[in-house]
Design a protein around this ligand. Sequence first.
Ligand code: DGY
Length: 321
Amino acid sequence: MKPRVLITREVFDEVLEFLSPYFEVTSNQSDIPLNPETLATRLSDKQGGLITLTDTIDQALLSRCPNLKAVCNIAVGYNNIDLKACTEAKVMATNTPGVLDDTTGDFTWALILAAARRLNEAESYLRKGEWDGWKLKQFLGLDVHHATLGILGLGRIGQVVAQRAIGFEMKVIYHDVRRAAPEIEQVCRASFVNKDELLVQADIVTLHVPYSSVTHHLIGKQELERMKPTAILINASRGGVVDDAALIAALRSGTIGGAGLDVFENEPKLNPGFFELKNVVLAPHIASSSRATRLKMAMLAAQNLVAALAGKTPPNLLNPF
Ligand code: DGY
């Protein structure tokens, strides 16, 4: 008898082909997100789950899945998984680090450029047929070249973003809980500063930290008030790192100049205040979404699942026990 696994959301055919020799696979190819009750019911007789960030794995779910041995997230972020509860239930949890850094870094730059140069506003103006000719002062934006880029979180993705800034001849400053090794600072041409200095000095602040109770509302009213009135805030990390209500208030009052956001609190139900603002570029959590990268993420998660259910240590185990 092959082990039974559940794939909780639609995946590429390549992933199904890869997994089917090993497992009896049930896949939610209709891609309708599973509510906690349905997820628990469908996982209750499975040994493994190939899951996504829309699935919450907590103690309540685990208590209903006695056969479960592994949950493999198709994401680098894993704030949807209670690792302590997994360890207690002897369920291995894995993520997909490394394979999405460049693609997410690229998209961060898409947000930076679009927000700084007001591309969303200009495009919607054009599409509405409102353009009546060239004007000297039309859609005046913020120069990205030679500006100061402040990176909060110089992990893998933060480093990619920093290295791309070299082409724009920017000054790069960063803050992290731990200062990076000198080699990393050199490659990124980034200088360590404290969080407050970063907020005060940066023309563009970009966030690349994982979400946790420590990073919850890392950027709130107080932090936004420290930023320049022309500054732009970029978030392609996780919803909840920014206090969305405080950001909306800051964008509305001109406390900061603009924002580029790929992630939100309570996704996919955005705070409606965002839709009333012109000075924010909004994207639906797609920073890692190139076909090649999403396939790599799903395949890496599948490889983790195969290793875990073969009794091996999966390459990206988050909770060794
Ligand atoms: C991740 O890998 O954590 C991304 O947010 C998925 O889109």
